[in-house]
Design a protein around this ligand. Structure first.
Ligand SMILES: Nc1nc2c(ncn2[C@@H]2O[C@H](COP(=O)(O)OP(=O)(O)OP(=O)(O)O)[C@@H](O)[C@H]2O)c(=O)[nH]1
Ligand SMILES: [Mg+2]
Length: 361
């Protein structure tokens, strides 16, 4: 799972990247405007993993992970001018975006368009992405059309289905609406996979509000599917991320009336955004949380652990985490209460399921 942090120059992308990942990349009041990428992997905090580790005392404890990539270098005009290959590559690789929007006033940090106007800035990058997608869709439609004219179509049904789908997307983009708002079937999603359409990806909008407040900007009318928004104090949060001592953190949070550091919150929202949840594996060797797409079945869960487990899948032994805790953390007691189930391939894995995969190859 990979999320790309994007936004206009000086919005605070690197600051927020540092806050989320505990990194210390320099942040500058003047933007270089060049493509500059930082990447870090973050553990997804999970109390269930902590608790299971206390019980099993495993050699190794592994949390689910999210990779954050700070992608600097986007600006107004990229839609018109086209993206550089490396920039396109970075943007297409991610599963979703964290769109950082400047909402803080600070005369010492120049804004590329002079004034601080979060709604305008949000729409600026959105507009560029809409244009890039429109161009991509038009190019693809032209190619499909050409194939038909030259009689080079290998699979007529597929050409027709793809053309119909792209025309639908085209209408949406012409109305300046993101593709994530279009209801698509899983098959249609699959068809679009290779296109790297940017507005199809889910987005978490982060308003960087500066030191004294953390409210969403007024006048924000931004309702889309697979879109979330959150306000946070970028610079303060980046400072908190540098504190090692939990006592210092608590004092800092109290002083600025922050309920919890942004990291946990944004990681949780990222998780929500990507429509993922976690199942758990346990034992004396390792306690581990695994990310899984919501709605995925037991075989897919097995496959995220190892392809062999999917290939030779027989059954999944399923114990809901809560049932395990209710039984005092004893598997024998869980079984005595009849709370352990054997499930087949089609079982839809639930958040917090503790799984043992039975397999043979
Ligand atoms: N006052 C204030 N300044 C901030 C805040 N967040 C970031 N800054 C400052 O804004 C400037 C730009 O921050 P960066 O994090 O480098 O912004 P960026 O989006 O990564 O910029 P580029 O990568 O150069 O486009 C730096 O001087 C930061 O210290 C904030 O919450 N309040
Ligand atoms: Mg930066």
């Amino acid at each position: 799972m990979r999320l790309g942090i994007i936004g206009l120059p000086n919005a605070g992308k690197t600051t927020i990247f540092n806050a989320l990942t505990g990194s210390t990349h320099p942040t500058e009041p003047f933007s270089s405007g060049q493509l500059e990428v930082h990447t870090a992997v973050v553990n997804v905090p999970d109390e269930r993993v902590d608790r299971l580790s206390e019980i099993y005392k495993p050699k190794k404890t592994t949390y689910a992970m999210i990779t954050y990539t700070d992608i600097g270098g986007l600006d107004k005009g990229i839609g018109e001018g086209g993206l550089s290959g490396p920039m396109r590559n970075e943007l297409q690789q991610v599963d979703g975006f964290l769109h950082v929007v400047r909402a803080f006033e600070d005369a010492s940090v120049p804004h590329p368009y002079e004034t601080v106007d979060p709604v305008r800035d949000l729409q600026t990058i959105d507009g560029e992405f809409l244009l890039l997608d429109l161009i991509a869709v038009e190019n693809r439609l032209a190619r499909l059309d050409e194939e038909r004219k030259k009689g080079k179509v290998e699979n007529k049904t597929q050409n027709a289905a793809e053309t119909e789908l792209l025309q639908r997307l085209h209408t949406q983009l012409e109305a300046e609406q993101p593709l994530r708002d279009v209801d698509l079937t899983p098959d249609e999603h699959k068809m679009l996979r290779g296109y790297g359409l940017l507005t199809l990806k889910p987005v978490l909008v982060i308003f960087n509000t500066g030191d004294d407040n953390a409210d969403l900007p007024a006048g924000l009318d931004y309702v889309h599917q697979r879109t979330l928004s959150v306000a946070l104090r970028g610079r303060l949060e980046a400072e908190i991320a540098q504190l090692d001592d939990p006592g210092d953190v608590a004092m800092f949070l109290e002083e600025y009336a922050i309920e919890e550091p942004s990291r946990a919150r944004v990681v949780r929202l990222s998780y929500e955004l990507l429509d993922t949840h976690s199942f758990l594996t346990y034992g004396e060797d390792e306690v581990r949380a695994w990310s899984l797409r919501k709605g995925a079945n037991a075989v897919e869960a097995a496959g995220t652990i190892h392809t062999d487990l999917a290939r030779g899948f027989i059954r999944a032994e399923v114990v809901p985490y809560q049932a395990f805790i209710d039984a005092g953390g004893s598997m024998a007691e869980v079984k005595a209460r009849g709370k352990a189930r054997l499930e087949g391939k089609d079982y839809i894995v639930q958040d917090g399921d503790m799984l043992v995969i039975r397999f043979a190859i």
